[in-house]
Each structure stands twice: as C-alpha cells, then as structure tokens.
Write a new protein. Structure first.
Length: 394
C-alpha cells in the first residue's frame, strides 16, 4: 500500500479525497466511480481532507458494506472495484479503487438522472456528446477512424497516397488487398473514415485546416486585419504539406556570418513544426462535426489547436512530456503515417518538439476536454541577430 502522506498531497486525475462517505448524497462520489471506470481507473480515499490530511472515519466496516451496495446498485454496467481499509497516522482510511472498464460507457444513476462521467484533471464532469461517442466506440472495441462509411473505393482516387507510399516503401499499393489490410477498407468494400481521409478529394468535411498570420501579438491588437489566411481541405497528406508551406511562407529566417560562411536562424525549427502538425492531424477528434484544426501565427508565437483533448482525460499541462505514455485516438491513421515515414511509431513526437528549442524558449502544451494546443515560441522575436545559440535549434 502506498503511503498517503508521502505520495498523495493533492487531488489529481487518478484519485480524489472525501472527508466522509456522505450516504445521504452518494452521487457526490458515485460520479467519480463512473469517471474513473470510463477513463484510466482511479481511487477515492474516504476519510481524507481536500488538502490530503487524514481526518479518519468511524464504523469503517459498515461504511464499506454500504459503499459496495451503492456501487453495485447505482453504477451500470457493473465495474470492478476493491475496498481497502488502512491506518494513516492513527486515522482509519478507506480506499475505493476502480479499474478502467472495457465495457464503456459506465453510467451513474443518482438523484433521478443517469449520466456517464469523465475525468478531466481532478474533476469528474458529465461526458460531452463527443466524449460519450468515444466511450461507446471504446466499449465496442472500435475507434472512430475504423468506422465504415458509405463511400466506395472505386469512386475515389488515391494518387497522392499511393505515390507517397511508393516513395516511402519502394512498393506499390495493391487494391483492394492493401487497403483492407491497412484498415482503410471494410470487409463490405466501403472506405473506413481513415480511408476516406486519404482520398485525393476527401469527403470528410471536418478534416479542414484554417491558417492565419495575424498582425501583432493577438487577434485584437488593433494593428489591422490578418496579414495572410488560408483554408485547406481534402486529403490529410495535402493538409500536412499545405500547412507546413503556410508556416514557411509566413516565417522569416535571420542569419549571421561566421568563419565558415553564414548560419541560418529560422523563427521555428521546421522539424518541430512538422511534428506539431502531424500530432494535430493524426490525434485530433474527427467525430466533432464542423470542427477543424487552427494554425494561428503571431509575431512572437505559433499556435496549433486541434479538436479533442487527451485520451483518458489527463491534462498535458500537468504532465512531464518525457513520461507520457503513447495513446492513439486514431490508430489506423497513426499506423499509415508511420508506414509513410511521416511519424515514428513509438510516440516521441512531443519530446522531439521540446528538444528543438532552447531552455528559455520551450514550447507550451495545453489540453482540456475539447481541445489540444501546442504553442511554439518564435526564436527570433525580441532577440538580436548576434544571439548564436539559436543555431542549436536548427
């Protein structure tokens, strides 16, 4: 048993504290059981203050029996959980551990309602329609990019996808065999969502990318309208290429001379831009109709925002980048980008972005239930050209 005093100093995604069991209003903690089971699992510690200080319970065995009855009666489908009493600094504590469920969504029935909850940071919140859709697909052991569409393979061309594949692998695509083995074509001969996204003229409307170069440091700086803007749609390989091109065209490169010629100082390392754009395209939530990726360039930074937070409800701003386990919302798309040599399979893209920037200009990452944002800082903004340590970020 891990020590409450040494490790649990504040509520977080995987655990929370309750001063008492509050049998009169059990929804207060039953919703967290739903959220834990719908996510990565977690624990509730009864008899602990919000600040992590133990206050203790009385009648622990009776409370454990009542908790078991409420969980079995108010949570559906049933979840796997354990109850563990232990002593912490002379106080009786009761730990309720909930395992992540494969049979999602898990609902909480209380106070006349039946809702599925989702863990967002240290809170248990009602699942939004798109989160609920993800949970339904998870319960069916399916991902959104694997869903069968009504589009037929024969009705669409895949010239860019096929030529990119040949260039990366030195092999030709064989239809329909390879499309089926890659997960781009269902057994019924219809394109999956992933397959539709790789079509030259993709019918998936919510795959668009909006790019804007703003004049100043924000959208309301008063310096005039946007300096440049583009809207891209279609094959997600074109989305990647066109988005990278937009960033390059709206970036400047300084340089300085040294004994061997001159050294270029780009505003943004192109490798970092590539990784950030790939992350947005392959991990975004394509189930949100009418959504799109936004690329906003300002004088001092580049922001890339994509629909959908982190799988499991964790907030990336509270995590260490080098310790984040790989989780793929769209495994078929990710696999294809790996085959096309556009990303690595081991999920090291965010760390590669971080390593391209000096310590005083580190990228920022933010996520909530509906969006994931990567902010890259302009390496040349407010810096004299003589600052040569920029060269290490090339």
């Amino acid at each position: 048993m891990r020590s409450l005093n040494e490790h649990l100093i504040a509520e977080a995604t995987e655990y929370e504290f309750k001063r008492d069991v509050n049998l009169d209003k059990p929804k207060n903690w039953l919703k967290s059981i739903s959220a834990f089971a719908n996510g990565i699992g977690g624990s509730i510690y009864f008899g602990v203050e919000d600040n992590g200080e133990p206050c203790g319970l009385t009648g622990t065995q009776t409370l454990a029996n009542r908790i078991s009855a409420l969980v079995n009666g108010r949570i559906e489908p049933q979840v796997v959980f354990t109850l563990e009493p232990f002593m912490e600094r002379g106080h009786e504590i009761l730990r309720l551990e909930v395992r992540a469920s494969k049979n999602t969504p898990i609902y909480c029935k209380a106070e006349g309602t039946r809702e599925a909850y989702y863990r967002l940071g240290n809170e248990s919140v009602p699942a939004s329609p798109q989160i609920l859709n993800e949970l339904i697909l998870k319960g069916q052991n399916q991902t959104f990019d694997a869903i069968e569409t009504q589009y037929l393979l024969a009705d669409y061309s895949f010239s860019l996808f096929e030529s990119t594949y040949k260039q990366a692998t030195k092999m030709r695509i064989e239809r329909p065999k390879d499309f089926q083995s890659f997960g781009l074509l269902s057994n019924n001969g219809k394109l999956t969502l992933a397959g539709a996204l790789f079509a030259d003229i993709s019918p998936v409307y919510q795959s668009r990318v909006f790019c804007t170069r703003w004049n100043g440091l924000d959208k309301t700086s008063g310096l005039g309208e946007a300096l440049d803007d583009e809207e891209f749609s279609g094959n997600i390989l074109w989305l990647l290429n066109d988005s990278e091109k937009f960033v390059r065209l709206n970036s400047k490169t300084k340089w300085y001379k040294n004994g061997h010629g001159h050294v270029d100082l780009p505003e943004y390392p192109i490798d970092a831009v590539h990784e950030a754009l790939v992350n947005a395209i392959v991990h975004r939530d394509y189930s949100v109709i009418g959504s799109e990726i936004h690329i906003d360039m300002y004088d001092d930074r580049l922001e890339i925002s994509s629909p959908g937070g982190m799988p499991g409800g964790k907030q990336i701003q509270n995590l260490e980048i080098d310790k984040i386990a790989s989780a793929r919302r769209n495994p078929i798309i990710c696999d294809m980008f790996s085959r096309l040599q556009l990303m690595e399979r081991r999920g090291s893209g965010l760390l590669k972005i971080v390593n391209k920037f000096p310590d005083d200009r580190q990228p920022q990452f933010y996520s909530d239930a509906s969006v994931f944002i990567i902010t890259l800082r302009n390496l040349n903004y407010g810096v004299e050209i003589e600052r040569k340590n920029h060269a290490t970020a090339q």
